[in-house]
Write a protein that binds this ligand. Sequence first.
Ligand SMILES: Cc1cc2nc3c(=O)[nH]c(=O)nc-3n(C[C@H](O)[C@H](O)[C@H](O)COP(=O)(O)OP(=O)(O)OC[C@H]3O[C@@H](n4cnc5c(N)ncnc54)[C@H](O)[C@@H]3O)c2cc1C
Length: 315
Amino acid sequence: MSDLLARIGKDGLRGALQPGYDLAGLTWFRAGGPAELLFQPADEADLALFMERLPADVPVTVIGLGSNLLVREGGIPGVTVRLSARGFGQVEPEGPNRLRAGAAVPDKRLAEAALAAGLGGFAFYFGIPGGIGGALRMNAGANGGETRQRVVEVRAVDRSGAVRVLSNADMGYAYRHSSAPADLVFTSALFEGEPAPPEEIRAAMEAVTAHREAAQPIRSRTGGSTFKNPPGHSAWKLIDAAGCRGLTIGGAQVSEMHCNFLINLGEATAYDIERLGETVRARVLASSGVRLEWEIKRFGRFPPAREIAEFLGEG
Ligand SMILES: Cc1cc2nc3c(=O)[nH]c(=O)nc-3n(C[C@H](O)[C@H](O)[C@H](O)COP(=O)(O)OP(=O)(O)OC[C@H]3O[C@@H](n4cnc5c(N)ncnc54)[C@H](O)[C@@H]3O)c2cc1C
């Protein structure tokens, strides 16, 4: 038994506790290191009990479906929480024009549930490969829609194990960002749409798919848009203008198709991917004076002798 697991103990917990869990397979990049301890709670009450018990000095990291995530090879210290589809994977109607979705529900399934309920405004979710927990944290959006337009309230468990309910305003939404406290694990959310004819909703979903197929390397191992669009700029145009389209480091490449996407060509390490990202940032800074900001979340420690400086120390 790992030291951390021994400290926490399993008594009364119904979820799975797995020390040294390799997270690479849980990320879209299919690269990266382990979690010191992975906890997959059985349900919200199990998560609350776990958080209440967890010693205050143990760091907690939450991951969703790993589509916006890079885990460094040194691994994530402390506990990594991942919500299981069994405990957090339900979507149900809750009052007129509203749906409640568990945080492990894939965005795509929320879009399908909205179609079944005759609710418009959710088609953008059809093309986003993450889950609702990640969408709530990232204010995920596409094709003119954003999470903040649909959220009524969010349920969460905080670091002390208390269940909290946050309003849309409490989520503090901005572009690809929520300022809700970082220690919250979102467990479900209530969403609202507008009644719409099914054929209209279906057409909007088909348009989302067509756009993705044409413009994004969606079948590659990637983390989606790597950098946020800086105010007044498109990240991909700055990257292209800096000559980075197709740039390759180790097994990682700037996508030829959409140069704000980084791709694992097969054998890339998280180190290759992050070094490529920082190289792109350094070149964009040199060519345009713009400091790109990572949209992809990077978690965990660098392995020994493999630290990567921001802008490779050139900024
Ligand atoms: C091919 C591709 C296309 C993409 N296109 C888009 C797009 O069009 N628009 C867009 O917005 N994004 C896009 N993304 C990025 C990604 O899908 C979204 O950011 C998504 O919302 C991340 O959800 P996730 O479940 O994968 O979260 P993860 O990547 O696992 O985590 C992302 C963040 O969410 C937090 N988080 C996850 N679950 C919870 C929870 N339950 N409670 C609290 N915090 C949590 C994590 O701590 C982390 O900070 C794309 C990604 C890929 C690979």
